[in-house]
Write a protein that binds this ligand. Sequence first.
Ligand code: PMP
Length: 359
Amino acid sequence: MTVYNFCAGPAMLPVEVMQKAQKEFLNWNNTGCSVMELSHRSSEFIAVYENAVTALKRLMSIPDDYSVLFMHGGGRGQFAAVAQNLMTDSEAQYFETGSWSSAAYSEASKFGLCSNQKVSELNELKQRYVRPFEKWNVQDNAAYVHYCPNETVDGIEIFDDPEFSVPVVADMSSTILSRRIDVTKYDVIYAGAQKNIGPSGLSLVIIKNELLERSRESIPSILNYKLTAEKESMFNTPPTYAIYLAGLVFDWLLEKGGVEPQETLNVQKAELLYKAIDESSLYSNNVAPQNRSRMNIPFFLADESLNSVFLNEAKDNGLLALKGHRMIGGMRASLYNAMPIEGVVALVKFMKEFEQKHA
Ligand code: PMP
């Protein structure tokens, strides 16, 4: 039976990448060693690292005045890093659209001056939507604006690139590489790797070089953007195997034509599932169409007593990890880049059969 893993993260990685890693596991590039065993200072590993950075720059068209950093500590590590590196005497403005932007604010508020503004509300159909950027109350002297373009738990996505006169910091953990973005509209983009990049623990930071000057020496070195950039992500021993896997994922995406064709596919995948949800009387999703996430699709069964039956039967059909986040309940299907359209077709077929059986 083919198994499809709909987990929000750690999530499916492309099969081809896993197969390549498996093939190279014990003997990478005729070194007689696993990549995992190579010194991070060796020319072999530096080539792996440089390949990953170059591939990402190509995929996202990252301009030369930005640095790409590989760091430790996942998405939450960056909640602290952003605040510690970028806060100034002016307020940092956090914009809340769901649980991850809210968590980022809670962490940042330990470190300095910041405020939180809720920018989502319900429309007349009781669907949640995000107010357009023009309606966000951004101060001209804000230290930076922080927001989360894709709320992994709530399934809320903001597709526009922002236009603000102050530095913009975006937590792209669950949307990076799923669609084209204009990097120049952002000053810092960060992401935990365990969705569209690679294994958990690794975090990726894309930062405009002029902002590196904000990093003070007094902050923990391991979180320091300037130091990390100067040392090319090798201030301490980086998560080498995770960087290697991320590089393989980037190469895989490039071989498939890059982000643009992947975006087309992601649109098709998401439309298939939302259509099935909207056409059914058992399932529902409560996000307004313009903000419906393509990566994380929460849905609820009208009869909640069927939840565990749904999950058990889904599992029997090879459809794994559909349980919604504990904070909001229901179900959630994550459709990252590695999820083939066949997985979504199988899910939709199962959902229809389940509805007929239990109607
Ligand atoms: N931000 C977002 C948008 C996330 O989805 C997650 C994890 N799901 C995090 C931050 C936290 O990441 P981590 O668990 O790697 O700290």
